[in-house]
Design a binder for this molecule. Structure first.
Ligand SMILES: [Zn+2]
Length: 334
């Protein structure tokens, strides 16, 4: 604490506009150089300097493809995992779903979340920057409303009752712009349902946290402060057990409902709280807690279970349907 040196960021904080920061990490989870800094005023964390937009777009065109087979289709184990995840997410905030509502999924990936929602009767549009993912959704899952592109490409206003955005917002190079864009796309009173990682999570070892794709890191206070400034009310916020992922439900209102003073009081002391969490999260302490061992056992068990499950299938859609049939208790239409 006594030697904490502050420096100036290459861009102002996206939450509070301050530019005084401290460096909190110099390497990513693969040991490659990557500077993450924290705003000393509000606790927002970001990669500094940020890569250029062109760089970010190239990353989503090439790096993410590596997770896929050469045929540009998700592996069967991913179809299985993504379907389970999608079902879990779809049941988390049931009160936001209504018959006939218009939903947009931002960063729709290969379409599993959209597919699961469709199975429970909600039709959903999607936007996905990766051509192969979007293609998979269209050709394999018959989700013709998933288009290739970025959130900012959408120009229509007041279209949607709900925007879902799961593990995407932290990848966005301009969080304020993304919030404003979602606000525009939503109808009056519409909702955003977002899941993002939490900088306070101590689920992973301290050297396995930062990632070149995660341009911003939030905790409940910073994401709240950002949304409140840009015309949203906070409907609900939940922290997932274990991973500590933040799930937040926002409601569009006419304009910002908070003053600068209120935003500052919301984040007062937040940087100190996050600093304390990160400082205490040392390698030694991490491996003295049950977390890494429990995670290892859980993952091994999951891997074994999914290998047994997916063996029976020849394609991803059948895996997805089978998991849906089992867990959603809705029969597949013939
Ligand atoms: Zn800040």
């Amino acid at each position: 604490m006594h030697s904490a040196r502050h420096c100036t960021a290459s861009l102002p904080c996206a939450v509070c506009g301050n530019n005084q920061i401290k460096i909190i990490a110099k390497k990513d989870r693969n040991g490659q150089p990557l500077i993450n800094v924290m705003c000393i005023n509000c606790g927002l964390v970001w990669v500094d300097p940020q890569p250029t937009i062109e760089c970010t777009e190239k990353f989503y065109a090439s790096e993410y493809r590596k997770q896929y087979k050469k045929a540009f289709q998700p592996k069967h184990k991913h179809c299985y995992r993504e379907t389970l995840r999608a079902i879990d997410r779809s049941t988390r905030f049931l009160s936001v779903y209504r018959d006939g509502m218009r939903v947009l999924d931002v960063g729709a990936g290969a379409g599993f979340f959209a597919y699961v929602l469709q199975r429970i009767g909600i039709l959903i549009d999607g936007i996905e920057p990766n051509e192969e993912y979007a293609n998979y959704a269209r050709s394999n899952l018959q989700l013709n409303t998933i288009i290739t592109g970025f959130l900012r490409d959408l120009t229509t206003e007041n279209q949607y009752d709900l925007i879902t955005i799961n593990h995407v917002f932290e990848h966005m190079p301009n969080p304020r712009e993304a919030m404003v864009q979602m606000h525009k796309l939503l109808k009056k009173g519409g909702h955003v349902l977002m899941e993002i990682p939490n900088i306070e999570a101590i689920y992973h070892a301290p050297n396995k946290i930062f990632h070149v794709g995660h341009l911003y890191w939030y905790n409940p206070n910073t994401i709240r402060a950002l949304a409140l400034q840009l015309g949203f009310l906070i409907d609900d916020i939940q922290i997932i057990n274990g991973t500590k992922h933040i799930n937040i439900v926002l409601t569009k209102c006419d304009e910002s409902t908070v003053t600068e003073v209120e935003v500052n009081s919301l984040v007062a002391g937040n940087a100190e709280i996050i600093s304390a969490v990160l400082q205490q999260h040392t390698m030694q302490r991490h491996f003295f807690t049950p977390t890494p061992y429990v995670r290892f056992l859980r993952k091994s068990h999951q891997y074994y279970k999914e290998q047994i499950y997916i063996k029976k299938f020849n394609n991803g859609k059948d895996i997805c349907d089978s998991v849906c049939n089992k867990l959603l208790s809705i029969q597949k239409p013939n």
